[in-house]
Write a protein that binds this ligand. Sequence first.
Ligand code: AMP
Length: 628
Amino acid sequence: MKTFEELGVREDLLKAIAELGFEAPMPVQEKVIPHLLNGDTDVVALAQTGTGKTAAFGLPVIQRIDVKKRCPQALILSPTRELCLQIGSDLADFSKYIPELKVLPVYGGSSIESQIRTLRQGVQIIVATPGRLIDLINRRTVSLENVHTVILDEADEMLNMGFLDSIDDILSHVPENRKMLFFSATMPAEIAKISKKYMHNPEEFVIGTKNEGAANVKHIYFMVQARDKYLALKRIADNNPSIYGIIFCRTRRETQEIADKLIEDGYNADSLHGELSQAQRDTVMKKFRERNLQLLVATDVAARGLDVNDLTHVINYGLPDDIATYTHRSGRTGRAGKTGVSVAIIHSREKSRLKDIERKISKQFEHKEVPTPQHIIEKQLYSLADRIEKVKVNEEEIAKYLPGVMKKLEWLSGEDLLKRVLSLEFNRLIDYYKDAPVLDIISNDSRGDKRNKSDRNSDRGGDRGGDRSLEDKDRRTADKGYERIFINLGKSDGFFAPNLIELLNKNIHGGRVDLGRIDLLSGYSLFDVRKSDASKVISALKQADFYGKRIYSEIAEADKNYAAENKGKRRSTRNEDMRKKATSGAGDRRKSSRRDDFKERDRKPRGEKPAYGNYESFNNKKNKKGKE
Ligand code: AMP
């Protein structure tokens, strides 16, 4: 491997990059730097973000600038404002010891006047988003006639964003004999086409494999029912206490919804999507970059240009429609030689798309089972132990309080003390995950089963293995000690989870009843209670009514078609006024009868949606204080 010096990098640049900690060139730099410094041909470089491409083009571009000329000589086009700023800042770092060199990022959303003023003072490198540059060209405030090098960064993203015409327009203002470089993470046919159109004998450098995700990214997937995706997401986060990741959603609405739920459930999360103002997006990105946020829920478009290294996880909350998007998402982890994990939470219908992606990226996804409560508890306790080990003790300040506290606890042995400290977290977790449902859908052809068993068990705490089917899964759920109850009230009766909880609280005397999953349908509902409570619940409900409607409940039969049965049975006992009262009054009752957190959680105005998985949400909410 050559050194930067051997690649021809000049002394003043060597000094600056040494200060940045660059010891040896990365592969893309080894290929591109000498070529850009000495070669004649144009270049298409297939390289993911995070492979060191900014320095690969940035160092030779800076070196080829004649600082005595105060006009633009190099043009770098980027698809987004954020990437534009990032490149500008990297070039400023590289040129720290070249004070005469001026780099100007020009992008939409900031004052064009101040950009024009700086341009007039003379800049040699322009880093631009296409739209703003065209604006400046049209105002005749920028001249590109001395530009000898043009770089298109994230060329595939530029095409995705519909910048082809703008690029055409911009290049018509740049001399024909310019040197051109395209950097792209993927190689769609369009890139090949436009490189033919704009370049002279382009040479292709491939860093890694075409269309392949970064080499050090592990691709895994979890398969759950669509309605359990959120619960699976939380388990994944809980199982990785130091997670620092982006959760990609398909729509703005889904992005906001997931972020809201995570925040409500006590996670350190926020959203990033196109409906936020630029100022809001800047704030969120800053918080995330500075690691004041652990989880960023984002759309693909909004996350473009968010240049963050060291992500531990990229989470696909469902798979994207096109494979290039998956490559971009997963390329955000495993950067700069680090390892990363790209997780897909899918439902069974997405399996064929997963296979398409595998074929294109030439990598297999590993099937993993959603972490079990036992495994999560273990991970969280180790994380706590780790924090205890590493916490910085303020000896001076704590000294004044120590004798008193020591005196109070002197009767405890070291082991007792440790048990108690751990129990502060452990009790919360054990309560939270008590009877948490199994989330995985395990199909018979699951590749997980073909893999080495000990490997699988190590992912999950070693609690299950062997061939399984959906029937097995149902049996396991039943074994967990729950019974499914049918009740003749549904959403069309104005009956939602808070009403069910209130009904149970009002009619069951003597001890609390633990609720599991609740499925609210139009004309009826199904919910889980402990087997030992089932008959108590059914007989208590016999005496009850819901705003005038007699309640009927029974142990649900697996094969019974309740929807068909219930249709005929719907009677006119539903009093419309009462029904309205039942739904609209929920807010008022919330104030008056906040008897436990479960009620509080379920009275959130999400009553229109099926309240699946409330058990876990409830516990998470209740215990959010201790969440990382
Ligand atoms: P990029 O692909 O340009 O976004 O670079 C990814 C990260 O790698 C950035 O944080 C760079 O500062 C870092 N980097 C680039 N080149 C080197 C190098 N030769 N040695 C160490 N780090 C590097």
